[in-house]
Design a protein around this ligand. Structure first.
Ligand code: TRP
Ligand code: ZN
Length: 472
């Protein structure tokens, strides 16, 4: 990669002087080391980057759907967590036009999904730094190990960005691992007549010279995999819940009719979830419905989940439950996915139980007996691996993570009773609000809240154990 060098031609003498100094310093004194190209995620080892913690992303994007061309500027504010001689950002595809650090051109190079930035001198541990990446190109669609599509997904009249688990590196450079959450500002410019919808609150909309810029602000920490932008024609409905929370819903016009009844339930579902899970963690809510048909799945994008077509009530309950479990309490690594999907699935069971459907116990029993699905292979698949130890990256969204994860929660409920159980799921959301947690944090939390109960069999057989747990 030579572009990085040519970009910083003006700096080269200074850079080599500093490098020479640094080399001398290396022989004796304290010096920084590279941050590293990953955070040792057990399933996605090269996602995320070591040595720093992003506090804020300021993204300025300009998209031309006709040419599928994106022009972006990412201003990333981060704090060094060690003395850094270099740091990496994750970026998939796209052309980098330049990188600055503290406003000055800086050396950089690319290798695969790693964009490595080499400051002329060390960044000290604890220091806050600001780096700007200018880039452009046609953002790519990434195929996951399980074959699903994510990243930048073109639609008939625009695009939708979906980022679980690694898709966000297709449209902006960053520390793309759930363990590093940050606040966001996004300014998205599109041809006049189109809308750009994202996470958080709309703070500005301005049209000039045939293009409209939409400004979105996310004040609460957000993992990059639940960041989104949706571009296209949408029917927009803005309303306010009884408690004052803004609701912003964007629906592709040809799904408007089919979506209406279900989306009108957002306030009711939100109120039921606040009652069940505790205070809602974000400053607005809503939904985005579009045809990113290559995706075919919904995603719990923060404050505004995306649906690949008119959602049903179960799906809406599921994605909104993720706002507490996944978006506010975020896994420390992709191994902890069941903390997202087990909870969101159990939320569906609880909703049914409270709204005249099957009880959670009935659903649990059907799954255990193996007559839940139409196809007996699906019933069998639940026991393929334990929720807390997916067999590989290709299986992190399989039924052992979802249904068997929910069964773990039901086992806890059976053990402690309803009052203690609901206090636990609320308390868990409150304790790790806007943070990160893993399975060990969860089991320790449950044990602390119910000190006289014995969870050893549940953890050993249901959470970590291979095969179908026996009846006790
Ligand atoms: N999290 C999504 C849901 O609400 C499903 C999903 C989409 C997913 N993409 C993924 C799960 C990638 C794991 C990995 O259920
Ligand atoms: Zn889910």
């Amino acid at each position: 990669m030579i572009a990085g060098v040519s970009r910083s031609v003006r700096l080269v003498p200074a850079v080599s002087a500093v490098l020479a100094l640094a080399l001398t310093a290396c022989t004796g004194g304290v010096h920084g080391t590279p941050g590293g190209s990953g955070v040792r995620d057990p399933y996605f080892p090269r996602t995320g980057n070591g040595g720093y913690d992003v506090t804020h992303y300021d993204l300025t994007l300009d998209y031309d759907p006709g040419r599928r061309h994106l022009t972006g500027t990412a201003v990333i504010t981060a704090r060094a967590t060690k003395d850094l001689s270099a740091f990496d950002l994750d970026l998939n595809g796209l052309d980098v036009a330049g990188v600055t650090l503290w406003g000055r051109g800086v050396r950089w190079n690319r290798a695969g999904q790693e964009l490595t930035v080499r400051p002329p001198g060390d960044i000290d541990k604890g220091e806050t730094f600001r780096t700007t990446v200018r880039y452009s190109g046609t953002p790519g669609t990434i195929t996951d190990p399980d074959g699903s599509k994510e990243g930048w997904l073109p639609t008939a009249d625009g695009a939708v960005a979906l980022g679980e688990p690694t898709g966000s590196m297709a449209w902006f450079p960053g520390n793309h691992h759930p363990s590093d959450k940050a606040t966001y500002d996004m300014a998205v410019t599109v041809p006049k007549g189109l809308q750009a919808v994202s996470n958080g609150e709309l703070t500005g909309e301005r049209t000039a010279k045939g293009r409209t810029t939409f400004r979105w602000h996310t004040a609460e920490p957000m993992a990059s995999y639940v960041a989104t932008v949706a571009i296209g024609h949408y029917d927009i409905t803005r309303s306010t819940m009884r408690n004052g929370l803004p609701v912003y819903v964007a629906v592709t016009p040809d799904e408007a009719q089919a979506s209406r009844t279900t989306l009108a339930k957002i306030p009711e579902i939100m109120e039921w979830e606040e009652h069940t899970f505790g205070p809602y963690p974000f400053s607005s809510t809503g939904a985005i419905v579009d045809h990113a048909h290559v995706s075919g799945y919904a995603l719990e994008t923060q404050s505004r989940p995306v649906f690949p077509g008119a959602p049903d009530t179960q799906s809406l309950v599921h994605e909104l439950a993720h706002q507490w479990y996944g978006d506010s309490v975020t896994p420390k690594s992709w191994r902890d996915m069941w903390l997202n999907e087990g909870f969101a699935t159990y939320a569906e069971w609880l909703w049914q139980e409270d709204h005249g459907g099957d009880t959670a116990q009935e659903i649990f029993d059907a799954l255990y007996k193996g007559d839940y699905y139409d196809d007996s292979d699906d019933d069998e698949a639940i026991w393929a691996f334990p929720p807390a130890k997916p067999s590989s990256a290709a299986h992190i969204s399989d039924s052992p993570v979802y249904e068997r994860g929910a069964m773990v929660l039901h086992k806890i409920r059976q053990t402690v009773g309803d009052d203690a159980f609901f206090a636990i799921i609320k308390g868990w959301a409150a304790t790790h609000r806007h943070g990160n947690a893993d399975t060990a944090d969860f089991t320790a939390y449950v044990e602390k809240k119910a000190p006289h109960k014995d969870f050893r069999t549940i953890w050993r057989d249901w959470l970590y154990g291979d095969g179908k747990p026996g009846h006790e």
